[in-house]
Design a protein around this ligand. Structure first.
Ligand code: SF4
Ligand code: SF4
Length: 379
């Protein structure tokens, strides 16, 4: 079967416009009826990173979630909305991100991912089992609703990475610890999660994304003006890279997909429906400042790492000492000393969860001189 990805222009979050764009993007793939049957329990999985208002562009916009939920209703499905945010109270997050209102309007249940089920993953050499949220496993259909954002650890967070939210809270931190600073390993784990969930359709909120040091307050909103949809998350991510002018190999999950033979990574074999890619290319999209290198003889590695590897650093003027970064840090390497944050860089795994959760944008990626010089070559 040909892999298809639809691209539809959409310039604002006015609901009528968003609804039309989402309807068209799904319509190009055959309509919502192709993906769900009457009576199906349909879980919508937006990116609800943390309690941010929709204007910040950090979370999937409520207009997109509402449009998808409405199409699900029209097709006879029963929508619910769920995620496992990195930090914060579910109620507060759903209110702030606009999900509470959407849920009321489309008659959807809001379901926090709080309980896991262990899924056997025999075919993998490394990950013999995966812990996935029960709600995700119990749904008849999962609709993945990512947002286009840069990501200081994984370069971009797109369709595949959004499904990491289907891992319940604390287990996410354990995965980060297990992967350590090894992004390739982490990307393989993300691919295994994608394979285990296989959403029926992915609809991407690419109207306003995040560039720079995303995915949270450290990034900057960027107008992209698109809704994309498809079944194959890997193919969708390849297309988004092309639109943003990013090499597909720069995305760790896509490199893992190529190695693992999952999804379509050859752009020539992806059928584009709707807009021509060349017509919707984004100019001057700013990448995140990430560099992490592990090479050289063991006794020199620490020196090399200090020289080449970017690191998280507090911007004291912005920090409110709320301690959320301390709570989320998987190896627990952040402390408060004399009213300032102190990082133990020897044990820091550069997962940048601290940046993701900081409500003030008070943690920045500090690049070393050498990391700036080598960024384009090694990231
Ligand atoms: S850096 Fe951000 S998350 Fe950490 S204590 Fe300061 S404000 Fe809170
Ligand atoms: S300090 Fe930040 S980047 Fe380092 S391990 Fe902790 S959360 Fe991850």
């Amino acid at each position: 079967m040909t892999t298809e990805v639809s691209i539809v222009k959409s310039y604002s979050y006015y609901y009528d416009e968003v609804y039309e764009s989402v309807r068209r993007s799904v319509g190009l793939l055959g309509g919502m009826e192709r993906f769900i049957r009457k009576g199906d329990r349909v879980l919508l999985k937006p990116n609800l990173l943390s309690a941010k208002s929709p204007e910040k562009a950090i979370t999937t916009h409520p207009a997109v979630v509402k449009a998808v939920g409405s199409l699900v209703r029209e097709a006879g499905g029963i929508p619910s909305i769920g995620d496992s945010p990195a930090i914060g109270k579910w109620r507060h997050i759903t209110r702030k991100t606009g999900m509470e209102e959407v849920a009321r309007e489309i008659g959807a249940e809001l379901v926090p991912f709080s309980e896991s089920v262990r899924v056997k993953n025999d075919k993998s050499d490394i990950f013999k089992y995966l812990d996935i949220a029960r709600v995700v496993q119990d749904a008849d259909v999962v609709i993945n609703l990512p947002k286009i954002k840069t990501h200081t650890q994984m370069f971009l967070t797109l369709s595949v990475k959004n499904l990491f939210g289907c891992v319940v809270g604390k287990r996410k931190a354990q995965w980060h610890m297990e992967a350590g600073a090894d992004r390739e390993y982490f990307a393989r784990m993300l691919m295994e999660i994608y394979k285990a969930i296989m959403p029926s359709i992915t609809i991407v909120d690419g109207i306003i994304g995040i560039e720079g040091n995303g995915p949270g307050e450290g990034g900057t909103p960027k107008e992209i003006g698109l809704i994309l949809a498809g079944r194959d998350c890997v193919a969708i991510d390849v297309i988004i890279c092309k639109i943003l002018g990013v090499k597909k190999e720069d995305i760790y999950t896509t490199t893992a997909a190529i190695e693992m033979g999952i999804g379509e990574t050859d752009i020539a074999r992806i059928k584009i429906l709707g807009e021509d890619i060349e017509e919707v290319r984004v100019k001057r999209f700013r990448s995140p400042a990430i560099t992490d290198v592990e090479f050289g003889p063991r006794f020199l590695r620490r020196y090399i790492k200090d020289l080449f590897t970017s690191r998280p650093m507090e911007n004291k003027a912005k920090c409110s000492l709320c301690r959320l970064c301390i709570e989320i840090c998987p190896p627990q390497v952040i402390k408060v000393i004399d009213s300032k944050l102190s990082f133990n860089y020897d044990r820091c795994i550069r997962c940048y969860c601290c940046i993701e959760v900081c409500p003030e944008g008070a943690i920045e990626v500090k690049e070393t001189f050498m990391s700036r010089l080598t960024r384009s070559k090694v990231s």
